[in-house]
Design a protein around this ligand. Structure first.
Ligand code: MTE
Length: 326
């Protein structure tokens, strides 16, 4: 059942937990085999035995370490669901569109430009960023403002590590992220009324919080294009739309930057957009959510304040009226 190409296996059988455990076991095994002076079987053969997806994805693996900031005790959403139920409006408005249409996103060469309130403007190459810090496996709950959720094993390191390299000035109060935009590549971007490029932003202290992840992969592999390759941010206590994908510019600014959804509908999407079951969206409740991929009768669950990360982040908002600053 676990031998063969990924394409032979119905997605329902790629049960997230099992696959990921197998993947981690395989890594441990490969390391042990290497330490023992060379594997008896070739790497690919071993990969086949331990992880059905390893064959199809052999060149996309990332070397990772475990992280104390990982979320435990949650069943992971399957790779199939994480990569086929997406919001990436540059590639179409339906959840299945990004998986179908994002193949042409040119993820190499790729640079991130750093500008604005910094000691001097800089450009980072993605392959240097991948080596800047050890890449960590970090499982986070992911809560979309549309009241569905997933649990995703991301790969990356704290954004703060990157920000330190950027030397922001003390006048930098916010950081803005701009996504790649080319209407010839992202031909579907006209389907929505968004002003491109996609823009998101964080207050500096939010960006420096260790939970904010500069994200290069998921399930131990590079990000698939539809999930924001080659680099995005993940802010696990905020609604998913804060997590800009396929970032090409990081801009340090002194004023709250314009952000895509806040621009489009300020009464529906605030700048902060912390997950908050006590502040409903004008058109639907945020008290509960539907966990994607679970059996129908297990999907509905209570939404947690700050998506369950309050211990780490509530102090960032001490004294703020979160009904006003939604
Ligand atoms: N980034 C860009 N560039 N374009 C987008 O349309 N959608 C946002 C966010 N980042 C979006 C984006 C929204 S609405 C969500 S919920 C998440 O990405 C979805 O991420 P996922 O598809 O990896 O689950």
């Amino acid at each position: 059942m676990f031998i063969g190409n990924a394409s032979d296996i119905p997605s329902s059988e790629i049960t997230s937990r099992d696959t990921y455990r197998l993947y981690l076991n395989r890594r441990k095994f490969l390391r042990a085999a290497a330490a023992a002076g060379g594997a008896m079987l070739g790497g690919d053969r071993l990969a086949e035995l331990f992880d059905p997806r390893a064959v199809a994805h052999a060149d996309t693996k990332l070397q990772t370490v475990s992280s104390p900031l990982t979320t435990t005790g949650e069943q992971l959403t399957s790779y199939a669901d994480i990569t086929h139920y997406n919001n990436f409006y540059e590639f179409g408005v339906d959840k299945g569109d990004p998986a179908k249409n994002a193949g042409g996103l040119p993820t190499r060469p790729w640079t991130i430009k750093v500008e604005g309130k910094v000691a001097k403007p800089l450009t980072f190459d993605i392959d240097d960023l991948l080596k800047l810090r050890p890449l960590e496996d970090r499982v986070y709950r992911f809560r979309c403002v549309e009241a569905w959720s997933m649990v995703i094993p991301w790969v990356g390191y704290s954004l703060s590590e990157f920000i330190k390299q950027c030397n922001p000035l003390s006048t930098a109060k916010f950081v803005q992220f701009l996504s790649y935009y080319d209407r010839h590549v992202e031909k579907w971007s006209g389907e929505s009324t968004i002003y491109w490029p996609y823009s998101e932003g964080l207050r500096m202290d939010e960006a420096m919080n260790p939970l904010t992840l500069l994200t290069f992969g998921l399930y131990g592999e590079v990000l698939p294009n539809q999930d924001g390759a080659p680099v995005r941010v993940i802010i696990p206590w905020k609604y998913g739309f804060k997590s800009a994908k396929s970032i090409v510019t990081v801009r340090f600014v002194d004023k709250m930057p314009a952000t895509t959804w806040n621009d489009m509908a300020p009464n529906e999407y605030g700048f902060y957009s912390n997950v908050n079951p006590n502040v409903d969206h004008p058109r639907w409740s945020q008290k509960t959510e539907r966990r994607i991929g679970l059996p129908f009768y297990e999907q509905r669950r209570t939404t947690l304040m700050f998506n369950g990360y309050g211990d780490q982040v509530a102090s960032l908002y001490a004294g703020m009226n979160l009904k006003k600053y939604y």
